[in-house]
Design a protein around this ligand. Structure first.
Ligand SMILES: [Zn+2]
Length: 312
C-alpha cells in the first residue's frame, strides 16, 4: 500500500481496517481496574523532605510537593482514585490542601482530580493543547474507545504555550515533539533536581502512541533527546508510570526508540502496512526486556502514516 496519493483520513481508515479491533495491554491500562485496587494503601516514595511520588495501585504516578502554602501536584490520577489520592496527600509529612495541579497531558489517568479541584477553585495548569482536547470528545480510531469532554469547571484554568514558572522552585514547559500527545509537558523542581515528564517517557513497558491526539514514534525519539538537555547526571526523572529514572535511562531509551524509528520508516518507505511491520519484528532484541511489542508497533507504524501523508 502506497500512502502517497491518499488523504490522511483514507490512510487511517485503511490502517484501522487492517488492524482490526484489538484490546492490547496499553489499551486495557486506561480501562477501570477493580474497585478494591484503589482502596489499598498508596505507596509514598520520598524524593526529598518536601517532594514525593505517590503510587496508588493501578494508577499513574503522582508527584506531590508540600509547603506552607499547601500541596502542588503533577497529575492527579483517574477519577475513581480521587478519594484515595486525597487520603494519600493528607498522610504526607507537611501535607495540606492542594492549591495547584499540573496536567502533563489530557488522558483520564492524569486529569481525574480536576473536577474536584476545579470546584474548589484551585489552579489547574496545562498546555493549551491539553485544554483543547479536554473541551472535546475523543475517540481512539484503533479500538473505538471514547473519552467524554470534561465539564468546564474541570478543564485547565491556566494554560501556556512554551514555558513558565510557578515559583522559583518550579519551572515547566512544553515538550513539542509530541511523544505521547500534542500537549505533553514537563515540570522541573529546581531545588530537588527532579523532572516530572508524564507519559512523554514510559518507565514501564512499551508506551501508548496516541496518534489520535498528535503523538507519534518520531516524537518519542525527539522528546527523549530534548529531555536529556534538561537533565544532568543527578536529575531524577519521574515518568507517568514505572520507577524513577536517570539520565542514563533516557539515553538508553533514545538509542532504542531511534533504532525502532529507523526500521519503521524503512518499512514505510517500502510501502509496508502495520501487519507487515509487526511481522518484521522491528523491536526484536528489546522484547525480552520490554514485553510483547505488537500493539506498540502497530500504533507506532500508524502514527507514521498520520505524520508523513502529504495533507496531514
Ligand atoms: Zn497518557
Amino acid at each position: 500500500m502506497d500512502p502517497r496519493g491518499h488523504t490522511r483520513r483514507q490512510i487511517l481508515k485503511g490502517a484501522i481496517g487492517a488492524a482490526g479491533i484489538a484490546l492490547g495491554a496499553p489499551v486495557r491500562r486506561l480501562i477501570a481496574a477493580p474497585a478494591q485496587a484503589v482502596s489499598e494503601g498508596a505507596g509514598i516514595q520520598p524524593l526529598s523532605d518536601n517532594l514525593f511520588v505517590l503510587k496508588i495501585p493501578g494508577e499513574s504516578n503522582v508527584v506531590a510537593r508540600t509547603g506552607a502554602d499547601g500541596v502542588l501536584l503533577v497529575d492527579g490520577g483517574s477519577a475513581r482514585a480521587a478519594d484515595a489520592l486525597t487520603k494519600a496527600i493528607s498522610g504526607l509529612p507537611g501535607g495540606g490542601p492542594v492549591h495547584t495541579i499540573f496536567n502533563t497531558h489530557w488522558h483520564p489517568e492524569q486529569t481525574g482530580s480536576n473536577e474536584q479541584l476545579g470546584k474548589a477553585g484551585k489552579t489547574i495548569i496545562a498546555h493549551e493543547n491539553t485544554r483543547l482536547w479536554l473541551t472535546t470528545d475523543v475517540t481512539w480510531p484503533w479500538n473505538g474507545q471514547q473519552f467524554k469532554r470534561l465539564p468546564k469547571i474541570a478543564q485547565p484554568n491556566r494554560t501556556f504555550y512554551t514555558t513558565g514558572a510557578l515559583d522559583p522552585g518550579v519551572r515547566y514547559g512544553y515538550i513539542p515533539d509530541a511523544a505521547h500527545t500534542d500537549g505533553d509537558m514537563y515540570v522541573y523542581f529546581t531545588q530537588q533536581n527532579v523532572l516530572a515528564v508524564g507519559d512523554a517517557v514510559s518507565g514501564q513497558g512499551w508506551p501508548i502512541v496516541d496518534y489520535a491526539t498528535g503523538g507519534w514514534i518520531g516524537g518519542i525519539v525527539g522528546g527523549l533527546q530534548r529531555l536529556q538537555t534538561l537533565a544532568n547526571e543527578a536529575t531524577r526523572i519521574v515518568p507517568g508510570r514505572g520507577p524513577v529514572l536517570g539520565l542514563k535511562d533516557l539515553k538508553a531509551q533514545y538509542e532504542m526508540y531511534g533504532t525502532i524509528y529507523d526500521r519503521l520508516t524503512q518499512l514505510l518507505n517500502k510501502g509496508r502496512g502495520p501487519g507487515e511491520a509487526v511481522a518484521a519484528q522491528p523491536t526484536k532484541e528489546f522484547d525480552a526486556q520490554m514485553g510483547n511489542p505488537d500493539e506498540f508497533v502497530r500504533r507506532a507504524f500508524e502514527s507514521l502514516w498520520a505524520y508523513v501523508s502529504p495533507d496531514a
